[in-house]
Structures are given as C-alpha cells and as structure tokens.
Design a protein around this ligand. Structure first.
Ligand code: MAN
Length: 566
C-alpha cells in the first residue's frame, strides 16, 4: 500500500476544510477559516487587495470585482485566476509580489457526513457532479441544464472512513517498521563507533610494538656487526677472515700430507705381505696333508682373485697431489687477493660465497672444507649464523626482521580497517542514517522480458527472463532529494520533496550512456518495487515503497545520533 509522503500536508488540507463552530452565516462557498472576511454586511474588502472595496451585495453576484477573486467564493466568475500552490493564508495575502493569485483555495463544500473539501472554481455550476471533492453536490447549486446532484456524503463518507482506517493501520505498521529500522541503523552505527575506538587502541599498541621491533632489529644488526669486526683486530673484516681461512686450509693440507704418507707406508707393507703369501702358495707341499695349511692357501686364492680398482685410486691420487701443493705453486686459492681486499662490501657475504672463487678442480673438496671452516667460525662466534633465504644475513637478524615485517603488516591492516570504518561513518545513509539498516537488501519485480532488481545502496540490475547474465543498471552513487509535483486531495498541484537513491556507472549501453537508475522512494509498509520505466535509452527510474521514508518515528529516540546526511 502506498501511503502519503507527508502527513503534514494531509493535516493542512484537512484542517483547512474542517467545519468549525462558527455560528455566523457565511456566503455560499466560503470556508469557516475565511468567514471573518465576510462579516461586514455593508461593505466587502477584497482579501488580498484591501484598497478595493465593494458593496456587500456584489459578493457572489456572478461578476468578478476583486483582483484576487475573493468577492466570488460561490460562483465560477473568477475561475480564470490561477491558484496552484498550497500557500498559507499569509502567502495568499500578498507575499507573492506582482503575481495575481486567487485568494481562496476553491469552492467550499461542507460535505456533511464526510470531510469538507474545496472544488476548483471552474467546476462550480459546470453541469457535472464532482462527487470526489463535493460529495454533497453543492457545487451544482444552480442546476445548470437541469443538473441535480444528490447528496452522497453518507455512503462516500462511510467508504472513506473504512479506507482511512485501513490506511491508518498501514501507517502505524509502516511506522513500527521504520522505528525498527532506526533502531537497527543506530545499533549498526554504534557498532562502527565502538569498532573505531577498539581499532584506535589496537593501532596505538601495534605502533608501539613496531617501534620496539625496529629497535630490536637495529640492536641485533649492531651486535652482529661487532662480532665480525672484533675478529678483524683492526684490519679489514675480509682480511681477518682470509687470514683465519688460510691458516685452517694450511692445517688441513698438512693433515692430508701426513695421512697420505701413512697410507703409502701401509700399502708398501701390504705389498710385502702379499708377496710372502704368493710365494708360500707356490712353495707349500700339497701332499702333506695339513688341513690348516690347505685352508690358508684357499683363503689366499680367494683374496688374490678379488679385483682391485686401480684406476679410481690413481685418479684420486692425482687430485690429492694437486691439493697437497701449496697455494702459490698451484691454481689454488689466491690468498694475497683476499688478504689485500678493500673493505666496503659485505664481508660476511664474501665469506659465504667463498666457494665461488675456487678453481673448478678443487671445488668439491674445498667446499667441504669451507663448510667445516664456516661452521668452525660460526661455532666459535667469529661469524654469525646464516639464514636459509638470505645467505648474507644471520638467523637472528632474519628473525628480528621478519617479526618487524609481520608487525608492520598487522599495523597496516589495522590502519586500513580504521580508515574504512571512519569513511563509513562519513558516508550518506539518508535521514537519521536509516538506510544503513537497509543496505544490501534486495527487492525485485517482473516487467516485460526482464526482472528488475534493486539492492538498497548497492546496485540495480536487469535480469533477462530468458536466462543469461544480468545487466548492471548502475552502482550506488548518492542519496538525493527530488521534488515531484502531485495532486493533493483538494485536487491542487503540490510540490512534494521525495528521497531518491541514484545508481550510476552501470553497464555501457550500445550507442548510448552507461546505464543509470534513479530510485524514487515513497512511504509504504513494505520494501517493494511498484514500477520501473526506461525514461530515456538506458536511463531508468524505479518507484519503490519503503517504511524508511514514512514521516515521523525519529522523535522516540530511535534515530542514530549523527547529523542528517541529506
Ligand atoms: C537491452 C536493455 C534495454 C536497453 C537496450 C539498449 O536490451 O538493457 O533496456 O534499452 O539494451 O541497447
């Protein structure tokens, strides 16, 4: 059910035509509130033009004497004067300078048994019964052409009261729903305000943590730099490390030479033994039935039959010869280069990448040594432990950096949330923020080949009934107030302010604009699309009822505290 947008207007129209306790007789067509202008039985003073006075007998003489038509309240003699806007009496009494406007709203019908009303002067004695405004038929008092309009106020009044009762019920129900919407909107707004307070505290906390973690990272980095520096004893860090590495490699080379020497001695003893046993096998007497000797000879034969991997040993020997040479005789490490390396780059980096500078033939061997050297340096605290991702950074630094990064991410997220929540409070949600409660609620209506959908404060869509994808008719842009002209109950054209929700930037229209929709809202018990129209190509309008725009309801303290956004 569509309900009047403004109860106030209705009240004005009603009170303007209400019967009063006025006991003095009024000329035909005069409403009680205008009776005071017709009390002098000798002279009549035109209402809006007091300088014009006429004998009282000229009132309702079917001749228009007054510029404002006030001398003809009961005839159509002054019906040429316009009177379209629902002005107050003060407005009618000359505030519209220069414009000649009828002083009276129309012919007053008492409509006993129903509600009094005004009928436009053009319709007085026009031979047509205007029962909508004049149910008592008094507008046709002259019986022009024999027209006799019977009084139908009793039945029309009864029907009206029934409808009115229904309408009032509907208004009450709509207001109840509106109040619920206001409560919901207020709760949602409160939640956002509370969330903002929480987020502000969380942001502060996160900022403090970030500061602490920044300090922590700095101190870990400083400590690490000191560890590397302290091993340099005044020299460059690389030089210091190169010195340690050279000593360690020399140590390992000496150990290798010693082990090779021991191996060669053992091998020569083994050869001697094998020769003895070979001779023994040739020279022993098999006829001498000694089981122990026979067993020993068989074991020797098995041993001698086993293959010796001579080639591999020779290759390894060549490698070992190469390694055993001093660095300055071979293509080994150029320690001089490292010992004279200029500082200015990341020393730890260079140490970790040491293997990359070694000659290819030695890489495998030296890599093992470098790893053991590195772990020796790390375990003895000379070198900080490296991290898996960044070979130039220790685990401690990486952990401190990661902790800082993760806290910075948290802080950024919190700040984004806070910004969004604050922006939401600034957004338009209509009078008293009521549309907050409707945001995202969708209603639809079939019309022709499409189903039209309106999701409050989100978008409008055109969905083909034949299937396929839907067409966007616009995304939420603003809430506006729009003035529309309507006929009021007295048959007058009145300008009424209506709230509209505008949706722009919809799907592009071939050879036209991007689709857009203006949703004009009316007071109603339900959220419902009454009609949709394509006013111009791809420019749509929708008429939607909702309790949210019914007048009243805010006064019970339901409305959110924020300012009206419109
Ligand atoms: C579709 C619909 C219509 C629109 C035309 C424009 O058919 O969106 O509303 O007028 O496209 O081409």
């Amino acid at each position: 059910m569509r309900l009047p947008q403004s109860l106030l207007l209705l009240a004005v129209a009603g009170s303007g035509a209400r019967a009063s306790s006025d006991k003095t007789a009024r000329p035909r067509g005069v409403a009680p509130e205008f009776a005071k202008y017709y009390q002098d039985s000798e002279t009549f003073t035109c209402i809006s033009n007091p300088s014009v006075q006429i004998p009282f007998s000229a009132v309702n003489d079917d001749f228009c004497d007054c510029p404002d038509g006030s001398d003809e309240p009961g005839t159509s003699a002054c019906s040429h004067l316009s009177r379209n806007s629902p002005l107050s009496v003060a407005d009618r009494l000359g505030n519209n300078e220069g414009e000649i406007v009828a002083a009276l709203p129309g012919f007053y019908c008492k409509n006993k048994g129903h509600r009094p009303s005004f009928v436009p002067f053009q319709r007085v004695n026009d031979g047509i019964c205007d029962y909508e405004q004049c149910c008592d038929g008094s507008d046709e008092w002259a019986r022009v052409g024999g027209t006799k309009c019977e009084d139908r106020c009793k039945e029309i009044g009864k029907q009206w009261r029934k409808q009115e009762e229904q309408r009032q019920k509907s208004i009450t129900a709509a207001l109840k729903k509106k109040k619920a919407l206001l409560v919901d909107a207020g709760r949602q707004q409160q939640e956002i305000e509370d969330h903002i307070i929480r987020l502000e505290a969380e942001v502060k906390g996160a900022e403090v943590k970030v500061e602490a973690l920044e300090a922590e990272l700095k101190s870990v980095e400083d400590a690490e730099r000191k560890v590397v520096r302290s091993s340099g004893k005044g020299k460059g860090k690389v030089n210091a490390l190169a010195g340690i590495a050279k000593a360690r490699v020399d140590e390992l080379r000496d150990a290798l030479l010693e082990v090779r020497q021991q191996r060669d001695e053992t091998q020569s003893r083994l050869k001697e033994l094998e020769d003895i046993l070979s001779k023994f096998k040739i020279e022993y007497n098999p006829n001498f039935n000694d089981e122990g000797v026979k067993r020993a000879v068989r074991s020797w034969e098995d041993y001698a039959a086993r293959e010796v991997t001579e080639g591999t040993n020779q290759a390894r020997d060549r490698d070992l010869d190469e390694i055993a040479k001093a660095d300055d005789e071979s293509s080994g490490i150029n320690w001089e280069h490292w010992e004279n390396e200029e500082d200015g780059c990341n020393d730890a980096d260079l140490v970790y990448k040491l293997a990359a500078y070694l000659p290819p033939s030695l890489v495998e061997f030296i890599e093992d040594k470098v790893i053991s050297l590195r772990s020796f340096l790390e375990s003895s605290g000379i070198l900080a432990k490296p991290d898996g991702d960044s070979p130039s950074e220790s685990k401690a630094v990486t952990q401190a950096r990661d902790a800082l990064k993760s806290q910075e991410d948290t802080l950024r997220d919190l700040k984004n949330k806070l910004r969004d929540q604050r922006a939401d409070l600034e957004k338009q949600y209509g009078p008293a923020g009521i549309f907050r409660a409707l945001k995202g609620q969708c209603i639809s209506k079939d019309a022709g080949e499409y189903t039209y959908e309106h999701c409050f404060l989100e978008d409008t869509k055109q969905i083909s009934k034949k299937g396929g994808s839907s067409t966007s008719m616009g995304k939420f842009t603003r809430i506006s107030s729009t003035v529309v002209e309507e006929l009021n109950e007295a048959g007058e054209i009145v300008a009424i302010e209506k709230i509209a929700i505008e949706y722009d930037r919809g799907q592009h229209c071939w050879n036209g604009p991007n689709r857009s929709t203006k949703v004009v809202l009316e007071c109603g018990e339900e959220n419902e699309i009454l009609k949709t129209a394509e006013d111009e190509k791809c420019v749509y309008s929708m008429l939607v009822t909702t309790p949210a725009v019914c007048p009243g309801g805010e006064e019970d303290g339901n409305a959110p505290r924020s300012k009206d956004e419109l």
